[in-house]
Design a protein around this ligand. Structure first.
Ligand SMILES: Cc1ncc(COP(=O)(O)O)c(C=O)c1O
Length: 355
């Protein structure tokens, strides 16, 4: 704390990201990164972009990347916004599109950045309890509000809602913006992108960090009605005209075009997920149904924090989200490679046997 801080900064409770230790040989299952490297075509494009042209600023509008994204989804470039990770895209969307005269709604168990953005931008919010089984009831989001943010699949739980549920909400809230955060959608959930052409109150936010294995490149994007996207551009151009470097634009574009690589890796992760869930259940774990590249697990006979500590002793990092009261007894585990997940299962099996 410094006496020079703006008073509003004293009120902030910043988001705390999962740890990124610099140790080798960790089984890192705590931040939902991909166990597989990025597309070789993306790496080649990044290498090529690392040239003399780095003297020059990048294209502020990232036109080539936006065009490629637009084509992939059958939309126009005007429907696409790109930013420095979907975190930045979400921040701009909250700032540009949510109203400050009524509460913003999001689930009580969801992505921790949503309340942080609200506080940063002076928006009031209300967290809406998920059902007992952590499923989301869209009817709970009908009624007065300043806007709605839903992660689908939901962060922390991995549970997904259907496109028809999202459509119900868009119709029920025609005068409010609904943000659907699809950071994890490529691991088996239904995307709401097909609704973008039909609803002027929908923003779908996506990222290259998870299913494209490019968390380190920092590229996210939003798809929506051209007028909504223009709102995001206004905020971006009042903050940082060049959020995406030349390397990021080149790498993300090449990655997007390598569908074969993308499908192979996302399918591998889903197969590993579906293989380990019954094995965890056989060990006595409750596992929430997941359409994401992570699972939320809980063992009725063991404290989650103790389990996390025991895994850590074996070089395995899982996430214990101590800031979310409802999941204090749960651990969030990223789906790693088959070898990493087998290591996890081995360590858990040995620990539970000796208890
Ligand atoms: C639900 C959700 N949205 C957005 C993000 C941000 O991803 P990125 O900024 O890497 O695109 C994350 C990251 O974990 C997330 O869990």
């Amino acid at each position: 704390m410094s006496r020079f801080w703006n008073p509003s900064i004293r009120m902030l409770h910043p988001y705390v990201p999962g740890e990124q230790p610099q140790m080798a040989n960790l089984t890192k299952l705590n931040t939902n990164e991909s166990p597989y490297g990025p597309s070789p075509k993306a790496l080649k494009a990044i290498e090529e972009a690392a040239s003399d042209t780095l003297r020059l600023y990048p294209d502020p509008a990232s036109d080539i990347l936006r065009e490629a994204i637009a084509q992939q989804f059958g939309l126009a470039r005007e429907n696409v916004f790109v930013g420095n990770g979907s975190d930045e895209v979400l921040a701009h969307a909250f700032r540009a599109l949510f109203r400050d005269d009524e509460d913003i709604l999001f689930a009580d168990v969801t992505y921790g950045f949503y309340p942080v953005y609200c506080t940063l931008f002076g928006l009031s919010y209300r967290s809406v309890p998920l059902r007992k089984d952590f499923s989301l009831k869209v009817e709970d989001y009908v009624g007065p509000c300043g806007g709605i943010a839903i992660a689908n699949p939901n962060a922390q739980t991995g549970r997904a809602i259907s496109v028809s549920d999202i459509e119900f909400l868009l119709k029920a809230q025609p005068d409010r913006v609904v943000i659907i955060d699809e950071a994890y959608v490529d691991f088996g959930a239904e995307s709401a992108v097909s609704l973008v052409k039909h609803y002027d109150n929908l923003i779908v936010v996506r990222t290259f960090s998870k299913s494209s294995s490019l968390a380190g490149l920092r590229v996210g994007y939003a798809l929506g009605d051209a007028a909504l996207i223009e709102g995001l551009v206004r905020v971006k151009d009042s903050f940082n005209s060049y959020p995406l470097s030349r390397l990021a634009q080149a790498g993300a574009t090449a990655s997007l075009l390598d569908r074969e690589w993308f499908l192979k890796n996302t399918q591998k992760i889903m197969a590993t997920r579906d293989r380990i869930i019954p094995r965890l259940e056989a060990l006595g774990f409750e596992v929430l149904p997941s359409k994401a590249n992570f699972i939320l697990i809980n063992h009725p006979a063991h404290e989650a924090i103790v389990l996390a500590g025991r895994l850590r002793e074996h070089g395995i990092l899982a996430r214990h989200l101590s800031s979310i009261p409802r999941i204090l007894q749960w651990l969030r585990v990223t789906i790693g490679s088959d070898e990493q997940c087998d290591h996890l299962l081995d360590v858990l099996t040995r620990y539970l046997k000796h208890k």
